[in-house]
Ligand binder design. Structure first.
Ligand code: SF4
Ligand code: SF4
Length: 76
C-alpha cells in the first residue's frame, strides 16, 4: 500500500498540470494539500505539495487538469 508515496521531495514534478482553467475554484477547495496556487491567467501546481492523489482531476468541470505521471509511484 504505497500508491501515494511521495516520489522525491523538492524536485519531483507535480502529478498534475493545469491547462485551460476557468477559475471555478473547485480544485482549490478539493486539494488536500493546497497545492494549487493562483497565478495571473490561471493556476499553477506546487510540486512540493502535490501528492499525486488526483482528486483534482475528478472535480474540474472543464477537464483542465491533466495527470503528468501515468504510473503512480513508478520507480525507475
Ligand atoms: S493530485 Fe492531489 S495533491 Fe496534487 S494537485 Fe491534485 S488534488 Fe492536489
Ligand atoms: S477545477 Fe478546473 S476550472 Fe476550476 S479552478 Fe481548478 S483547474 Fe480551473
Amino acid at each position: 500500500m504505497t500508491a501515494g508515496a511521495p516520489a522525491r521531495a523538492g524536485r519531483a514534478p507535480a502529478a498534475v498540470t493545469v491547462g485551460a482553467c476557468q477559475g471555478c475554484g473547485a480544485c482549490l477547495l478539493t486539494c488536500p494539500t493546497h497545492a494549487f496556487t493562483p497565478v495571473p491567467g490561471g493556476l499553477t501546481v506546487r510540486a512540493d505539495r502535490c501528492t499525486g492523489c488526483l482528486e483534482c482531476l475528478e472535480v474540474c468541470p472543464v477537464d483542465a487538469i491533466r495527470a503528468t505521471t501515468s504510473e503512480p509511484g513508478g520507480a525507475r
